[in-house]
Design a binder for this molecule. Structure first.
Ligand code: 5GP
Length: 181
């Protein structure tokens, strides 16, 4: 399948994704029995995963979609992200961050740090996909769907150049192509 200039091939099918989402929800339902967690899906990439996951969450819960944005201050790196879209109600909550993919882990580390500073009672993360650098760096992700090597993936919420978020399956870059996203 071609998206812009790149060729992608099917990687993880919709039924396999659904099975994994069910397994992750089962774990979370077990671990949060008696609690009322607040799910924080990080837009845009996690919208499809979050929707499917939340349909299987049986404990009472709250949901607040958030975004990360680059600091507009003096930092010139463009790397530092801050959370936008949340409200004061994060204080004293059991937070579960919902990510589509953790690559270097920098985004997630920053979000966790920010939530702790905002006074969250506990902070955990669930990600559908985790790449090798985050694994090696031992970024603290309690619930992980699939571990990947260094593939660039799209579909099921993830994009390439803004395209491909709507596909129900997950695709990866064909071997003879290269991406610089
Ligand atoms: P990190 O801070 O962990 O390096 O970055 C995570 C973010 O990078 C993800 O939320 C996602 O937006 C983007 N990203 C990393 N790897 C991929 C990938 O393989 N495909 C897509 N579409 N986005 C990716």
């Amino acid at each position: 399948m071609k998206v812009q200039d790149l060729e992608f091939k099917k990687f993880i099918t919709a039924p396999a994704l659904a099975e994994k989402v069910h397994a992750l929800a089962t774990q979370i339902n077990h671990d949060y029995k008696g609690k009322t967690p607040m799910f924080l899906p990080i837009l845009n990439g996690s919208f499809m995963f979050a929707a499917d996951l939340l349909k299987e969450i049986k404990v009472p819960c709250r949901v607040s979609f958030v975004k990360t944005s680059s600091y507009s201050g003096t930092s010139s790196t463009g790397q530092l992200k801050t959370l936008i879209g949340h409200d004061e109600s994060l204080f004293n909550q059991h937070i579960i961050i919902v990510e589509d993919i953790v690559d270097t882990g920098l985004t997630l580390e920053k979000i966790i740090e920010e939530l702790r500073a905002l006074g969250a009672k506990s902070v955990e993360a669930v990600t559908l996909l985790r790449k090798k650098p985050a694994r090696e760096k031992k970024v603290d992700v309690k619930y992980v769907g699939f571990d990947l090597e260094m593939e660039f993936v799209l579909g099921y919420g993830l994009d390439y150049d803004g395209l491909g978020r709507n596909y129900k399956d997950l695709y990866k870059l064909a071997e003879n192509a290269s991406a610089n996203p």
